[in-house]
Design a protein around this ligand. Structure first.
Ligand SMILES: Nc1ncnc2c1ncn2[C@@H]1O[C@H](COP(=O)(O)OP(=O)(O)OP(=O)(O)O)[C@@H](O)[C@H]1O
Ligand SMILES: [Mg+2]
Length: 372
């Protein structure tokens, strides 16, 4: 289901990852109904939206398919939604595939030669495309032709095939892994940022309308603040809070109901879950705030090293609660405050998302890549 370990002995089924930015199994189907269909419906990301709008309108004016588009950013911020919107705004058909699905160049050649004029080809996780297929993509993107190799060894021949003019939309959570030649062939690169709390409130209001959930603005604010700047998490928390409101109350989601529900699901004010808090607590209470090595910290919370490093830490770092130093992990002053404790003098202070309510680090893609 997610990168976190399965049910541990003595525990019932492990709880679903409420604050993971990755889609849970079956979740993409649930998300379909919440997906914005037009640029106007797409909330926030003003920069990318405006850039795309200009790109699409000018292409339409010239009656040519727009330049190839690369969308990069962390999971759950709306890359797939935007790809669908590009096609819808152009009134074009969209073909969807993904990097891992294209193992051989022949797979890609089949997809490319089946495209109609002006179609949009969406390749998700494009950084994972196999190298021979990637090379085929170069000529398709640049010259709208591909050389399909027939046969093997010395008798192999390359048959050039035309590809209809199309627009490639690539999505990646790891733009740092894209090769230079591939990246250079995109005429437009859109970087997605984490969302502000106010933007997620707007998104939640829209989702609530679609789902038929009655929600008070103060409750949207409560949920938005715990959503880690990520629409997928906001929508997921909304669904869980709705369930709670239906079972424990009359269905109306008030701030009190949202708070009660999220405390039942163990998602705190900053969007930390049980493991995140256990890591911070161990760091502060058992090791005086650190520095402490990753392995020691993992033993202290009874988890695998990888789980702590890959599941808990990225957000703790992003939120300015934990720092990775050459000597080990360190709790920042904000972490002490978050646990309701007074930081010792001289403990690390960082400008934190926790205090500004903004997690703007995605605008520095390298940082995101490093944390992954
Ligand atoms: N700007 C937005 N406005 C409204 N809803 C949004 C927006 N961005 C994302 N969403 C919602 O969040 C969900 C996840 O978005 P999406 O699948 O597009 O993310 P993604 O970046 O493709 O994620 P992944 O990297 O996991 O593929 C969508 O179903 C959609 O409902
Ligand atoms: Mg996606």
């Amino acid at each position: 289901m997610s990168e976190r370990s399965g049910p541990s002995p003595g525990e019932a089924m492990s709880e679903p990852e409420l604050v993971s930015a990755l889609a849970a199994p079956g979740e993409r189907e649930v998300e379909l109904s919440l997906r914005p269909r037009t640029l106007a419906e797409f909330i926030a990301q003003p920069r990318v939206r405006e850039q795309l709008e200009v790109l699409l309108r000018s292409a339409q004016r010239r009656e040519r398919p727009p330049d190839h588009i690369l969308l990069s950013g962390p999971p759950g911020l709306g890359k797939t939604s935007l790809a669908m919107i590009v096609a819808a705004e152009l009134g074009a058909a969209i073909r969807v595939t993904s990097g891992p699905a294209i193992e051989r160049s022949g797979d890609l050649a089949a997809v490319l030669t089946a495209l109609g004029p002006g179609d949009v080809l969406f390749i998700d996780e494009i950084h994972r495309i196999a190298r021979p297929a990637e090379e085929l993509l170069y000529s398709a993107m640049e010259d709208f032709r591909v050389d399909v190799v027939v046969g093997k060894g010395p008798g192999a021949t390359a048959i050039p095939l035309d590809v209809e003019p199309f627009t490639l939309v690539g999505a990646t959570t790891r733009s740092g892994l894209l090769t230079g030649p591939l990246r250079d062939r995109f005429g437009f690169v859109g970087h997605m940022d984490f969302y502000e709390t106010a933007e997620l409130e707007e998104l939640l209001a829209r989702s609530a309308t679609i789902l038929g959930v009655r929600i008070e603005p103060s409750a949207s604010e409560e949920i938005a603040g715990r959503s880690r700047g990520t629409p997928r998490i906001a929508n997921r928390l909304l669904r869980r809070v709705r369930d709670y409101a239906e079972v424990r109350a009359d269905g109306l989601v008030t701030r009190d109901i949202a708070q009660a529900a999220l405390s039942v699901y163990e998602v705190d004010q900053l969007g930390l879950d049980r493991l995140d808090r256990a890591v911070l607590q161990a760091l502060v209470e058992k090791f005086g705030g650190g520095p402490v090595g990753l392995s020691t910290l993992a033993v202290a919370v009874g988890e695998e090293r990888e789980t702590v490093e890959e599941v808990a830490e990225p957000f703790l770092v992003r939120a300015g609660l934990l720092a990775r130093t050459p000597r080990g992990r360190v709790a920042t002053a904000a972490a002490w405050h978050h646990l309701g404790r007074t930081p010792p003098p001289g403990s690390a202070t960082f400008q934190t998302g926790a205090t500004t309510g903004r997690f703007g680090l995605a605008s520095e893609p390298d940082l995101f890549t490093e944390l992954e």
